[in-house]
Design a protein around this ligand. Sequence first.
Ligand code: S3P
Length: 167
Amino acid sequence: MTICLIGFMGSGKTTIGRLLSEELGKSWIDLDSFVEQQYGQPIAEIFAKKGEGYFRMLETKALKCLLKQEIGIISTGGGVVEQPENRALLQKAYTVYLSYPVDTLYQRVQGDADRPLATSYEVFSQRYMKRLPLYEQCCQLQIFGEGKSPTQVTQDIIYFLEQERSL
Ligand code: S3P
């Protein structure tokens, strides 16, 4: 079953996805990178030229396509849970929510030109509040990452995966 990593911007979905793939020997793909490759433009440019709605449509198409390919691990983008269709897809995979306090996340991504939705703290924290219940709804496993290194977070996930396997 595909492991999908979800969580807000800055939660380390890409880093943890790569580490998990190394540890578990499974294939891994980053959903944002896949959208960029398929569409031929960086995410920030898609947002600027076509708007968020258009990006969300591409994101759903890409998620469906990757889930059909039986990729081992998919690192998603922070807003993937906004679409009900995506939430239904994530609920069928093994979805791991990487959870952090909003201030930690904002400090990590503040001013990042590649992240069109991280420009002001107000907008950032409003989205965070709106999405929290959606992440919780979609995930099979929630990992609290505050104060942990990427390696520790990866080991925590592996620990829980092993527990599930032995049940
Ligand atoms: C978004 C998060 C980004 C990217 C896009 C929209 C969001 O991915 O998909 O900018 O809505 O939170 P990261 O979570 O990897 O930053």
